[in-house]
Design a protein around this ligand. Sequence first.
Ligand code: C2E
Ligand code: MG
Ligand code: MG
Ligand code: MG
Length: 284
Amino acid sequence: KAKETGRNALRFFDPAMQTVVLERAALEAGLRKAIEGDQLLLHYQAQVVEGGRVTGAEVLVRWQHPQRGMVPPGDFIPLAEETGLILSLGNWVLETACRQLAAWAAVPQTAHLTIAVNVSAQQFREADFVQTVLEAIERTGANPRRLKLELTESLLVDNVEDIIQKMFALKAYGVEFSLDDFGIGYSSLSYLKRLPLNQLKIDQSFVRDVLIDPNDASIAKTIVNLAQSLGLGVIAEGVETDAQRSFLADAGCHAYQGYFFCRPVTVDAFEKFAQEFDPQFTAA
Ligand code: C2E
Ligand code: MG
Ligand code: MG
Ligand code: MG
């Protein structure tokens, strides 16, 4: 009997499948090393308001792979989530962002800058998530009011009471919340009034064709109106042209992020951009 199973197993052995499994294992081992070592890097993408003020940046993680070069998050965040590595990765991002906030706070001309950090649903669902964030703040000396956590609607599928409780706990320290990629998920609108959010972030898929596709234009306008009527801020991501910015401004959205202003870049390049772009960013 055992022999038979063995033979069958051999017969169904699939070399293509084995390659996938091995590659995945290698990638997982590599990612573990990247997190423990110094292969992760944060890029900063400016957030700009009407009038040219740079209010802060969103941090976007990159993996500087020794062979593959710069790996974008879309290629390893899903793996990090499947393997649980997202927890240590997320902690590293949080800690690094908080350390940067503390460094900016020490210089008058950068003291106002905020940092938005992407938080995976899995991270947020951890029992000690609030503690983890507070510890990062405390260890680094960051001002919690300058820290904004970007959540996605995927967080709102279950155990919403727990999520809300954690948000209020962090809000008590001044931490802010933005609902990322807003409009592409399937969260109930009824949650919006119960979550202590500060901002809705219009997903870039609506911004892309806002001038060409009347449906995208309607959705973008609706999100702006929704934010306004709920007393929330609103920011558009993926703004690539001045025409898109202008449409959004007419619709009532006055905060932007996108290649039109600045790509995600190193912290030094971000500071240089702010210095050149922001009329108020003058030497103190
Ligand atoms: P996201 O949070 O929605 O970030 C916006 C993405 O749009 C970024 O891609 C950014 O580089 C890109 N982008 C910005 N401006 C433009 C533009 O004008 N046009 C276009 N076409 N794209 C633009 P990126 O850096 O590849 O990140 C992809 C996603 O990976 C992020 O989407 C976020 O969900 C996730 N991610 C990034 N960093 C982290 C992190 O530290 N933790 C977690 N959990 N997720 C992260
Ligand atoms: Mg984001
Ligand atoms: Mg987004
Ligand atoms: Mg997005």
